[in-house]
Design a protein around this ligand. Structure first.
Ligand code: HEC
Length: 103
């Protein structure tokens, strides 16, 4: 019985994590990181505050997983040596503000 309850709790936890693909990410920390490391270059190529890169009709990122992958690619290309936690903050910020993926 006890194991059964633990299993149920685990399932509940997993499904709530799916509803928020970047649970644990802090959008405020993400915003600071994006403003510091990412905006200038996007603004040069796409004008304004650079956010058009996330909202253009032919944008590359099509899913929560894709967003995280793209952030990893940028992180690696730029040699930022971010931890997974920082990637999660940025993913959460960009998703809350621009992408709105639910999974
Ligand atoms: C040196 C310039 C540069 C920097 C710095 C940069 N990017 Fe980018 N980023 C690009 C370019 C160029 C593209 C578009 C690639 C394309 O259109 O194929 C892009 C695309 C993206 C996309 C995909 C947008 C879409 O189409 O949905 C995301 C997300 C992204 N960048 C996140 C980041 C993050 C997070 C950082 C900061 C860690 C960052 N970028 C820093 C140049 C840069």
């Amino acid at each position: 019985m006890r194991n059964y309850l633990i299993l149920l709790a685990a399932i509940a936890f997993t499904s709530s994590a799916q509803a928020d693909p970047f649970a644990g990410g802090d959008p405020k920390a993400g915003k600071r990181l994006v403003e510091k490391y990412c905006v200038a270059c996007h603004a040069r190529s796409h004008g304004g505050d650079g956010s058009a890169i996330y909202t253009r009709p032919d944008r590359r990122v099509k899913s929560a997983q894709g967003l995280l992958s793209q952030i990893r690619i940028c992180n690696t290309n730029l040699g930022l040596k971010w931890f997974e936690e920082e990637e999660l903050h940025v993913a959460r910020y960009l998703n809350d503000k621009y992408y709105h993926f639910e999974q």
